[in-house]
Design a protein around this ligand. Sequence first.
Ligand code: GLN
Length: 280
Amino acid sequence: MQRFLTYIESRLGNIYSKNEMKSISHLLLKQLAGMNSVQIYTDKDTKFTDCMVNKLNTAVDRLANGEPIQYILGTTEFFGLNFKVMSGVLIPRPETEELVELILKDHKNQQIQLLDIGTGSGCIAVSLAKNIPTAKVSAWDISEKAIQIARENADLNKVDIDFSLRNILEFEQSEEMSDKWDVIVSNPPYVCESERADMGTHILHHEPDLALFVKDNDPLIFYRHISLYAAKNLRKGGGLYFEINSHLGEKTLQIIEQNGFHAELFQDLSGRDRMIRAIL
Ligand code: GLN
């Protein structure tokens, strides 16, 4: 471990803190080399095969190039479950776990029909399906790659989800019967182009723009379209849940209320406006 850690520090010291490098070393040795924690901390002289050395070196090269560890390992944890991730889907964020938690608090054990719009890796839909086994869960995304990965994540976690390739921005109101859903949830793209400057290169160079960014002249485009769709397709009393841009809380609330909802803002663990619950 110490030799590997020293090597990691020499290669990645300019991008990661000491603590981050420690957990990166641990993750690589565990997930790529198959070592357990005891072996990692006690075994000082593990001899790796050439093939393993190559594998570890390739991973470190990719890390040095700023690629997130989750894409390199191809997996991450969200809400206590394992998810496959790769470029093409956003890496699930801890604040999104808080959104799942809020929905669970309101709907645990209920027989609901739930729709996740812009599902990405499927992290929201899968963790809700897993924790509300009585729910019927559907999930949409505009990206074929995302739907494919989300499907794999549903299989991996043994839940049944009805996936469709759909673009909510091109939705014809007449297409759908009304009163179909009890809950609609979405974590749509909400980062303004002008906020790019505040974001790390590991996000900008490796995570999908499609899942992150909106134009500065219409940053709430998804909230407008989704709340309009929800106003027509949620049953009366149904819940619409969003993750939001923390700088646009009040404005997002207004747009949703204009569509006939009673909306409420919630803060994430760092105290920022991050979620909205809206009741029809
Ligand atoms: N929370 C994500 C980030 O800041 C953004 C997620 C989104 O756009 N829906 O990177």
